[in-house]
Design a protein. Structure first.
Length: 240
C-alpha cells in the first residue's frame, strides 16, 4: 500500500510477489493432454482450438491483472482497476467497505477479501486488499473507513433497505456461481463419457457432450436456482 501526505489518498497494488507459475504449469499439462488425445482419437478441430484459446486468454488475464490491477483511493472515491476494466464509485455512492473472510478457503489461497458495497446493494472486490498483500486487512479497512468519513459526509450507519438489496443480490450471485459450477461439472462428465464411448463408437457425439450438455446444465440450474432464491426471499426483501 502507498499513501500520500497522510491523507485519504492510497494505492493498493501487488507488493508481495505471488507466482502464477504453478497454475500456468497445470494448465499446460491439461492442454498437452488434450492435444495428445486428439492425435490418437480424432475430434473436431474446434475442441482443442477452443481449449487452447481459453488457456491463453486466462493466462493473459492473470499476467495483466498482476501488472495492472490495483485499488486507487482518493478524495473523489475509489477505483478498482483490473486486467482490462475499471469500476469506480464516488464517496456518496459507497455504502460500505468490508473485509470478509472466505469460508473453507484452501491452505494456499487467500483467506480475506475486501469488498466495496454501493448504495444499490452491488458489490465488487477491491484488488490487492487481501491477506496476500496486507498483513491485517481488517485493520486496514477500519483505518480507511475512518479516513473516508469526512469525504463521505455521512457516518457508516447500516440502512435496512440497502442491507435487503445486498442480501438479495448475494443470493442471485450465489445462484450464478452454482450454475457455472454445474456447467463445468457437466463438461468434465461429458469429457469422461466421450473417453468411455471411444471404446464402443467410432464417432462419439462431441458437440452434444462438449457443448450442449454443459450449456443445457448451466441454463437449467440457473433458472431453478434463481426461482428457488426468489421463492424463499420474504416480500420485504423483494421490495426493499
Amino acid at each position: 500500500m502507498d499513501t500520500y501526505g497522510g491523507g485519504i489518498e492510497r494505492e493498493y497494488r501487488m507488493r508481495k510477489k505471488t507466482s502464477p507459475l504453478m497454475a500456468l504449469f497445470m494448465g499446460l499439462l491439461g492442454l498437452n493432454a488434450v492435444f495428445r488425445m486428439n492425435r490418437h482419437h480424432t475430434m473436431p478441430e474446434w475442441v482443442p482450438a477452443s481449449v487452447a484459446a481459453c488457456y491463453l486468454l486466462l493466462a493473459a488475464q492473470m499476467v495483466l491483472y498482476m501488472r495492472r490491477g490495483r485499488t486507487l483511493v482518493g478524495a473523489r472515491g475509489i477505483t478498482a482497476r483490473r486486467a482490462l476494466t475499471e469500476r469506480s464509485r464516488a464517496w456518496h455512492e459507497i455504502y460500505d467497505i468490508r473485509a470478509e473472510q472466505l469460508p473453507k478457503a484452501p491452505t494456499n489461497a487467500r483467506k480475506w477479501l475486501t469488498y466495496l458495497y454501493d448504495t444499490e446493494g452491488r458489490r465488487f472486490v477491491l484488488p490487492h486488499m487481501d491477506d496476500w498483500q496486507l498483513d491485517d486487512p481488517r485493520s486496514e479497512v477500519a483505518a480507511l473507513r475512518e479516513a473516508a468519513a469526512l469525504h463521505r459526509g455521512a457516518d457508516w450507519e447500516r440502512r435496512p433497505q440497502v442491507e435487503a438489496l445486498i442480501r438479495r443480490r448475494a443470493g442471485h450471485h450465489k445462484a450464478w456461481e452454482r450454475a457455472i459450477t454445474g456447467g463445468v461439472v457437466a463438461l468434465v462428465c461429458g469429457f469422461l463419457l466421450w473417453v468411455a464411448l471411444l471404446f464402443t463408437m467410432d464417432h462419439p457425439p462431441v458437440l452434444v457432450l462438449f457443448l450442449w450438455l454443459p450449456l443445457g446444465t448451466f441454463a437449467v440450474l440457473a433458472a431453478l436456482l434463481h426461482w428457488r432464491w426468489e421463492s424463499q426471499v420474504p416480500r420485504a426483501l423483494r421490495e426493499p
